[in-house]
Design a protein around this ligand. Structure first.
Ligand code: SF4
Ligand code: SF4
Length: 84
């Protein structure tokens, strides 16, 4: 298992707290344990790989994943930009 690959953030998690009933379904489905319920609130820990399992299984459509485009991510590598 490559832990480094799993740690690279690929998605931004948008949580609609007014719809989320803290059922923990998404917490259990997330393969990288990016989601957690802390103090009665769903939080994300910044290592989403954008698999969208949470979005697919949330019964209340309270969570949405925004995929991070490769060119949006800052890699710190100069001289490599346009991808088309
Ligand atoms: S899309 Fe959802 S389930 Fe997948 S890694 Fe991101 S937070 Fe976890
Ligand atoms: S599955 Fe949906 S309602 Fe349940 S904790 Fe996750 S975001 Fe909230």
């Amino acid at each position: 298992m490559s832990e480094e690959g799993a740690r690279r953030r690929k998605g931004i998690v948008h949580i609609q707290h007014e719809y989320c009933k803290k059922c923990s379904i998404c917490v259990n489905f997330c393969p990288v344990k990016n989601l957690e319920i802390q103090e009665q609130k769903l939080v994300e820990l910044g290592r989403c790989i954008a698999c969208k399992m949470c979005q697919r299984y949330c019964p209340d459509i309270a969570i949405e994943i925004e995929e991070i485009d490769a060119k949006t991510v800052t890699t710190g590598e100069p001289g490599h930009s346009n991808g088309g």
